[in-house]
Design a protein around this ligand. Structure first.
Ligand code: HMG
Ligand code: MG
Length: 298
């Protein structure tokens, strides 16, 4: 019993590019995002309003948002960890914002320099401003299946922080397997725990593909009724505060699987490969996406 339709949240321009060694120039980013729009992607994470000292790759996010097309029909979102980031995001005209918490204390400290509880306090002004400006807030929970510092993470810990974020006003929780260590059995146990109290319509999956498990885990998520999938064009991505973590699952690989299963997602795979090819021309490594490589070899 799979969902008939899935919506893809394209995070390559944020989660992908934040972890590339080279800082991509503004016109190249904009051309990439334009390519994503042409491919039919409707939810695009385009930047992040965090400290430029921590993540220099996202330092031009205000310029990115100022240059995005109006009336494209897509929703452009950005990460906002605190009030300062939220004010900058509003100023830049974002359509939607995202706060990001973790299910692991050590990861919270390394990623955003505060405890889980402090992070929730820092989100308060983000929620307040979001209400004032009529912006939807997405909530990320990192390390849902493993933490680079603490190892295994209990599903109960994920449930607690997810529920808190929903109570505070998030409309959707994106479950991050930040280091990509999760396997299908774990995914199933995690979702079974969460779905006892949280409806599937409020959950998204955000899997990194470090151990090649992401597609299998996504299949399990689909079987549990999850219909929002985060992915990055070409398999761009990683996390600067999770050593060894590789990119997000590749959007091409997800779209290929969904197409084969007859699940609609509205993405034109060839147009997507064209967008990925354009951005990988500016990077010093090959795309991780197997589907992209296969289609280009045809
Ligand atoms: P902090 O040092 O605790 O914050 O950092 P602070 O309030 O003490 O401020 C320190 C300095 O940062 C000050 O500047 C502030 O103005 C500045 P200074 O006086 O030193 O010149 N500052 C800011 N500048 C710009 N934008 C802001 C901002 N806030 C403070 N919003 C902070 C806290 C969160 C800012 C910092 O730790 C940070 O930027 N961390 C980066 C976090 C990040 O972007 N991580 C990657 C994204 S999360 C992810 O990838 C996981 C995800 O994909 C899901 C998954 O895979 O699991 C979402
Ligand atoms: Mg991520």
């Amino acid at each position: 019993n799979y969902p008939r339709q899935v919506s893809i949240v394209e995070v390559g321009a944020r989660d992908g590019l934040q972890n590339e060694a080279s800082v991509i120039e503004l016109p190249v980013k904009l051309a990439f995002i334009d390519g994503l729009l042409r491919a039919g992607l409707k939810r695009i994470e385009a930047g992040s309003f965090v400290s430029p000292k921590w993540v220099p790759q996202m330092a031009d996010s205000a310029a990115v948002f100022n240059s995005l097309p109006q009336n494209s029909g897509a929703t452009f979102s950005a990460l906002t960890p605190n009030e300062k980031g939220m004010l900058a995001a509003i100023d830049a005209g974002v359509d939607e914002v995202a706060v990001f918490a973790a299910a692991s204390e050590s990861f919270s400290q390394r990623n955003i320099n505060c405890s889980i509880e402090q992070s929730l306090e820092r989100f308060e002004p983000v929620f307040r401003l979001a209400r004032q400006h009529n912006l939807r807030v997405r909530g990320y929970v990192s390390c849902v299946m493993g933490c680079p510092y603490e190892g295994a993470i209990r599903p109960d810990a994920v449930l607690a922080v997810s529920q808190t974020l929903l109570d505070k006003g998030c409309y959707e929780i994106s479950l991050g397997d930040t280091i990509g260590t999760g396997t299908p059995g774990q995914t199933s146990r995690l979702l079974s725990t969460l779905l006892k109290t949280i409806p599937a319509s409020k959950l998204a999956v955000h899997f990194h593909d470090t151990y090649g498990q992401a597609l299998a885990n996504i299949l399990v998520a689909l079987q549990h009724g999850i219909s929002v999938i985060d992915s990055a064009a070409g398999g761009l991505g990683g996390c600067p505060y999770a050593a060894g973590a590789s990119g997000n699952v590749a959007t091409e690989d997800v779209v290929y699987m969904l197409n084969g299963m007859g699940i609609e997602c509205g993405v034109d795979i060839n147009a997507l490969v064209a967008a990925s090819t354009q951005i990988f021309d500016h990077l010093n490594h090959e795309p991780a996406s197997r589907t992209m490589r296969a289609l280009l070899a045809k």
